[in-house]
Write a protein that binds this ligand. Sequence first.
Ligand code: ACK
Length: 873
Amino acid sequence: MGPRGTGGRAGRAGAPAPGWTCLLPLLLCTALRSLRASPGSEVNLLDSRTVMGDLGWIAYPKNGWEEIGEVDENYAPIHTYQVCKVMEQNQNNWLLTSWISNEGASRIFIELKFTLRDCNSLPGGLGTCKETFNMYYFESDDEDGRNIKENQYIKIDTIAADESFTELDLGDRVMKLNTEVRDVGPLTKKGFYLAFQDVGACIALVSVRVYYKKCPSVIRNLARFPDTITGADSSQLLEVSGVCINHSVTEEAPKMHCSAEGEWLVPIGKCLCKAGYEEKNNTCQVCRPGFFKASPHSPSCSKCPPHSYTLDEASTSCLCEEHYFRKESDPPTMACTTPSPVSSVKKGKITKNSISLSWQEPDRPNGIILEYEIKYFEKDQETSYTIIKSKETAITADGLKPGAAYVFQIRARTAAGYGGFSRRFEFETSPVLAASSDQSQIPIIVVSVTVGVILLAVVIGFLLSGSCCDHGCGWASSLRAVAYPSLTWRCGYSKAKQDPEEEKMHFHNGHIKLPGVRTYIDPHTYEDPNQAVHEFAKEIEASCITIERVIGAGEFGEVCSGRLKLQGKREFPVAIKTLKVGYTEKQRRDFLGEASIMGQFDHPNIIHLEGVVTKSKPVMIVTEYMENGSLDTFLKKNDGQFTVIQLVGMLRGIASGMKYLSDMGYVHRDLAARNILINSNLVCKVSDFGLSRVLEDDPEAAYTTRGGKIPIRWTAPEAIAFRKFTSASDVWSYGIVMWEVMSYGERPYWEMTNQDVIKAVEEGYRLPSPMDCPAALYQLMLDCWQKDRNSRPKFDEIVSMLDKLIRNPSSLKTLVNASSRVSNLLVEHSPVGSGAYRSVGEWLEAIKMGRYTEIFMENGYSSMDAVAQVTLE
Ligand code: ACK
């Protein structure tokens, strides 16, 4: 058969088959309700149900297939073709579809929905009735192929009904809708026609759906795979490459396989969200501020590690907060830290009162370790603890209870601040052995006491024969120590000497037990000055001291250097002040008074008293030895030799010592560089604690109009004027010491007379900035020289300020600008500036220095402009 001619189309409302066909439309409606939409991976090329207008199908012969007007469950018209020539012989009815584009698919599927009448249910022996029909296709690139002959169609299949219906079904109004699907391929042309051949059945073709299958576009492993039409072969797997989605990168080339059924199979390779993005719902989403992702391999955005931050989206790392650091070699996931904790702590020597510890610098100190803080407390007594600060990696905690357990924790400090405390380390002091239980010691004690008594007699005899410093320091005492070396074994007291680099603080219930809480006791308050000295100073056996040489002259006698050997301790250098022979009782009292004061102090920046010798002559005060002597001489000797940081370090030490003294309620009254001692580590310590404080011993001290002896250049105006000596007046003196230090021991106010100094200062003039002095330091000096003593900074503020400068050395780079530095001899801080004067003479008169006018003129400084050019040099 062929579509003979292009003629007639099936009429929309042909005459129904007699008898039962009239019922067909109603039943179809019921059947249509079961039609389902096609699955997503199928792409329809034709769906007869969805075509609203003319389908354009052709029936041949015209009285064969006819289109009947039907509506679906929504009363939308649908195209249904029926044929029912069961009564007639030799049927050959063709229904040809219009041209269907295959849209590139090489395998297509045809789904038919139809009803078919059971031949047996037809009345009368119907030998002609059939229960199948045939389906054909013909490929063509365009619509021209429609006029082909029947025999050019290629048969797809004979379609039989799974279920046919009977008269009974009609009666029950149950329609049996058949669905048959066939596939065709490979197709090679752009499109095709389908044809349905009826050979004498009773059929209603309810819908024809033609489709191909595809693997739908999908994102898998962060790669996008496009819509992919399945292969022509029903068992073929198509390999498809994926493309990494936005903000992702290829980890391994992504691939998947598209099956003939339109399913994606066997994914290979993958993409990863790039740094700064994380995977969420198959997309790469940006890391929010505060979160980061360092690498594509990190699973997700992470919160910035402790002490770091980021304000940006898509961050790949976080920045460390101020004062926190991360090594370059550290991963960005690492927290920014201050120094890492000390981990290995070893116990050293343990006695009944002390525990020595040592530890190793942390592996990751995050900078140079400035010092360690060692916290310790008696076990289960955590509320009362002691903190020692040390620059060394070893300390000795002394003053402990015998036989008690102590808990230690250590932390390091760098420029970044303190690191975390180490874990707790617990050590026990040695127990005290009970006399009764230590019978074995008795013979030793007996022998020791006997030997001791004999030796004591020898020593007393020897000491009575003359005193070391009376005969000059040095050979005599050295010889004695050499001649009687065994004397040293039972020497004096044993008090652990605190490392000059150490600072010790005690805390109770979270509050620092400030040294100020323990106030300084004026030895004058003791009726018997001897009692005061023994309250605060330890008595040392003279035999423990080896005097080596005279290093200076004090008010009461020579000052010597030497060595002290105390029992159980290594010999160490000391300074020894002696009281000259023929002293009066008052001189003795005043001399020892300094020891009574010094003995009350315990601070790394206060000269440390080792003890006194009062039971033999000469009477001596023994202090720690400061290798570099007094600060003013030392600076003069080393003019220009130190970095600003070293100088500020010295000032910090002095301020710290003064803070301690003011906390103790002690007013020094004679703070000056000459009264500061400096050791080989450049640690400065405040010294000279004369008892009377009338400053008899200070060559700088001058009598004031009120009769007091005062070091004018160092003293605050209110102290000069009405003896108002306070810590605030010490602060003024500290400002002068700052000036001395920054100018390497220059004499304050140079050769001005004391009277001129008093007047100039009264009138608001102040020392100019030393050469190359950081502006911040000069400003601090000026602050210390505020006329109103309450406006001056306190020592703790000075210490903090210097600490800040040390921590941030760049703040010291700004120097006082050269022209403002020394445009005149003194910097005027009164409202009247030097610019107000018409001549140099007028200006010098105004600052009560008129007598220097001639010198200025002789040296060419005849105008205020010329004076303004004067530099310190
Ligand atoms: O500048 P100097 O060498 O340091 O000279 C004086 C001298 O003694 C008279 O006071 C020195 N001096 C005082 N105490 C000590 C000490 N503890 N250590 C070293 N030298 C000292 C001071």
